[in-house]
Design a protein around this ligand. Structure first.
Ligand SMILES: C[S@@+](CC[C@H](N)C(=O)[O-])C[C@H]1O[C@@H](n2cnc3c(N)ncnc32)[C@H](O)[C@@H]1O
Length: 366
């Protein structure tokens, strides 16, 4: 899954943007000891003397003699700082004035390689998607900002529910996310579709997801069930209802869904599902499978006539074609499903021209 331009060239140069965190309370208390109570907050005093001889900066300032090597600032800058109230004056003319450095204008503490200020995602977090190994966006934000700039390409080859790509998108990076699990890729798809705010939204291309019945038949049962529930933008069953034969619930009306990764699903399955739907207190439900027997359709008709139950038998083909009302509404972000491009033959490398062209294309996007 990627955000648009292919990338072919990797550069030997690397990007490192220092990141800043909050100073500790102890540091603030010991360093920022002054406060004029004028709303500008605490400040510390910084030396205004030049470390090297600067003849043109040697002048007397408001009765304070020039330091040995001169001041750090020109007379004009000194005047401006003074007008802004940014110079601290001692009571005695024998002592030196200092520059006021306000805490709220400082970038903070440069972060080193142990970060303890970002908490893991808790059960109440708004960004929580339920993916077991989901990382907090704040963490990825720091990593991406530290190691890339606008328009750069960010790659996460084990992307899970797509925290990296969601943050990369928000920070105006291009991105490529890879995951072996179609369930993870579907979560990423939904996540980027709901993202807004990017200045120039680009088309999202998803490569290699199952797009036909044959590929869906190959999925493991758990992945197949997830594919169906995600395709209809439904919710997964909690364990309790799962035990009753309900695998998920539809979007909006929240009707029970049972998923069967088989063909010729028959009367028995419908009969058992009726019981599950009734026990759940619902009036309608869906069974999804590759195909159904005539007996299954007859049982659906009987349940409607006898009990007023609205059961719908939905084939995988219906879901693929979007012909069932179960299929989720289309969201506004453009997302295109594409087959995997054929693998490059072993040993074949792109030409220098192709690499340059690819790199130029990648830097055009911001
Ligand atoms: C620890 S999770 C990543 C979580 C991610 N940082 C997030 O915030 O959601 C690791 C992911 O790697 C994927 N994975 C495992 N083996 C893989 C492989 N060979 N190729 C691609 N993805 C793989 C798993 O499906 C899983 O989603």
């Amino acid at each position: 899954m990627k955000s648009c331009q292919p990338i072919g060239a990797a550069s030997k140069a690397f990007t490192w943007n220092p990141q800043y965190g909050k100073h500790s309370q102890a540091y603030v208390a010991s360093k920022y000891r002054y406060d004029d109570r004028d709303g500008r907050g605490p400040y510390r005093l910084d030396n205004m003397t030049s470390p090297n001889p600067r003849p043109n900066m040697m002048y007397e300032w408001k009765g304070h003699a020039s330091p040995k090597y001169g001041w750090r600032y020109s007379r004009e800058t000194m005047q401006k700082l003074d007008e802004e109230g940014r110079i601290w004056y001692p009571a005695s003319k024998d002592k030196r004035p200092y520059l006021k450095r306000y805490l709220n204008e400082m970038s903070g503490r440069i972060l080193d390689n142990i970060w303890v200020d970002i908490s893991p995602i808790n059960s109440q977090a708004a960004e929580r998607l339920g993916y077991p190994t989901q990382k907090p966006e704040a963490l990825l934000e720091r990593i991406i900002q530290a190691s890339s700039n606008r328009g750069d390409v960010v790659l996460d080859p084990f992307c899970g529910c797509g925290t990296t790509i969601a943050v990369a998108e928000r920070l105006n990076r291009q991105w490529i996310g890879i995951d072996i699990s179609p369930t993870a890729v579907n979560i990423m798809k939904a996540r980027v579709q709901k993202l807004g705010g990017r200045e120039h939204p680009t088309e999202v291309r998803v490569y290699g997801m199952p797009t036909g019945e044959a590929e869906l038949r190959e999925l493991r049962p758990f992945e197949f069930q997830n594919w169906v529930i995600q395709r209809v933008d439904g919710t997964h069953s909690p364990k309790k209802t799962g035990d009753m034969g309900i695998d998920g619930f539809s979007f909006l009306e929240h009707a029970p869904i049972q998923v069967k990764r088989s063909d010729r699903v028959g009367r028995n399955v419908v009969d058992n599902f009726e019981t599950a739907v009734e026990r759940h207190g619902a009036k309608s439900g869906y069974i999804v499978a590759f195909s159904f027997t005539r007996g299954a359709h007859e049982e659906v008709a009987r349940a409607k006539a006898a009990k007023g139950l609205e059961l719908e038998l939905v084939t995988v083909k219906d879901l693929l074609l979007g012909t069932s009302e179960l299929v989720a509404p289309v969201l506004n972000r453009s997302v295109v499903d594409l087959p995997l491009p054929p693998a490059r033959p072993k040993g074949a490398r792109p030409t220098a021209e192709q690499l340059v062209e690819s790199d130029q294309r990648s830097t055009e996007v911001a």
